[in-house]
Ligand binder design. Structure first.
Ligand SMILES: *Cc1c(COP(=O)(O)O)cnc(C)c1O
Length: 397
């Protein structure tokens, strides 16, 4: 066995995973790790969560897959739950985040066609954003390292500088603008959060111009920031939203949520998916969403996030030679570093058995399960602190 027959697109850490339980991950050689990556904020309820394990087992013995040519009760139930707890009226289920984004982009363009304005095709994204790896998603994020070498840029996609309000206002006022797409809190880009007042201003601009707002909450949604949806902090809502990652608690599920108004062009035959919303996925998604959307889960996130943020700010003061900035929202925490973030992740893993994720702008991201205990949070901080000491030693050497 080796990686010889795997397409060489990943830079994998030298860690052969074996099993997990809660916030712990064990390698094949028996080493135990504290996992603050959690499948990049996907296993929000921890590894091998008993409620999700039971949901998989029960459904696996009953029915896995049919097709969307049939009515799937689990799909209707999860769509009801999602709409009940969001701005949305309708949902389309996918298997991944990028497919949810793809559906969001298609929904936005079809909206204007249904409105008799087919010329409105322009979609604006922001630098530092990440929307997945399909063609629509890479064009929407327009990060050159993901688009270069993949043929011509798709027509109608534009990138704005994050925080450039003037350019954004011009984009809203452009008569051929279809939508703007953004992550309320950027994930891969380094945990930058768009200020609440800017999100509210965007809502006003969108209402005035008919431009649709697409939020990509694939990473920052599902309780990660301490509210079920990250945009709730701003007291505004988008027209369309892509969700995935934690929605299945580690099982591949995505969803595109929309208002009935935004989705008016999504009529019979214009979109579809073989696997999207199959009974097995819906059983797990229903169980995960039920747990994550509980008020006590969200209250716990805020408690643990408050502790971690305070502790990390303390570390930033004591290690100004290592830590540049602590940012992010809730348990989507980014620490911008002086030493190379990839090297730092390696030191954390190999000397402290602490797993953290990388991120843009030389950040590491701390993405623990939402049900991390205070005890485990203390342990994470201790291990992070010791990694800072290791880093200090390396920089001095
Ligand atoms: C992970 C991610 C995606 C892509 O999800 P996949 O399931 O990998 O396709 C899209 N948007 C954001 C914000 C993400 O974090």
């Amino acid at each position: 066995m080796s990686t010889e027959h795997l397409m060489g697109v990943y830079n994998r850490a030298p860690l052969e995973v074996d099993r997990g339980q809660g916030a712990r991950l064990w390698a094949k050689d028996g080493t135990e790790y504290l996992d603050c990556v959690m499948g990049i904020s996907t296993n929000a309820l921890g590894h091998a969560n008993p409620i999700l394990v039971q949901a998989v087992k029960d459904q696996a013995e009953k029915l896995w897959h049919v097709s969307n040519i049939f009515k799937i009760p689990g799909q209707e139930a999860l769509a009801d739950a999602l709409c009940d707890k969001s701005f949305a009226d309708v949902v389309f289920f996918t298997n991944s985040g990028t497919e949810a984004v793809e559906c969001a982009l298609k929904t936005a363009r079809r909206h204007h066609v249904a409105n008799g304005q087919p010329e409105r095709i322009d979609i604006y994204g922001f630098d530092g954003s990440f929307h997945g790896r399909t063609y629509g998603a890479i064009n929407a994020a327009a990060n050159p390292s993901y688009t270069e070498g993949f043929g011509p840029k798709m027509e109608g996609f534009h990138q704005l500088v994050w925080g450039d309000k003037e350019a954004l206002e011009a984009a809203f006022r452009n008569p051929t603008t279809c939508a703007v797409i953004l992550e309320p809190v950027q994930g891969e880009g380094g945990c930058r959060a768009t200020p609440d007042e800017d999100l509210r201003w965007m809502r006003q601009m969108a209402d005035e111009t008919g431009v649709l707002i697409i939020f990509d909450e694939v990473q920052c949604g599902m309780g990660r920031t301490g509210k079920l949806w990250a945009h709730e902090w701003a007291g505004m809502t988008p027209d369309i939203m892509a969700v995935a990652k934690a929605l299945g608690g580690g099982f591949p599920i995505g969803a595109c949520l929309a208002t009935a108004h935004a989705a008016k062009g999504m009529t019979v035959g214009v979109h579809g998916s073989t696997f999207g919303g199959n009974p097995l996925a819906m059983a797990v998604g229903g169980a995960a969403f039920g747990e994550i959307s509980k008020p006590e889960t969200l209250a716990h996130v805020n408690e643990i996030a408050g502790y971690l943020k305070q502790q990390l700010h303390g570390l930033a003061q004591r290690f100004p030679d290592i830590i540049v900035d602590v940012r992010g929202k809730g348990l989507l925490l980014g620490v911008k570093l002086v030493p190379n973030n990839r090297e730092f992740m390696g030191w954390a893993r190999d000397t402290q058995q602490l797993l953290v994720a990388g991120g843009g702008d030389n950040c590491v991201r701390i993405l623990p399960p939402l049900n991390l205990t205070l005890e485990e949070a203390r342990e994470a901080v201790e291990r992070f602190e010791k990694t800072c000491e290791v880093a200090r030693g390396k920089l001095a050497a």
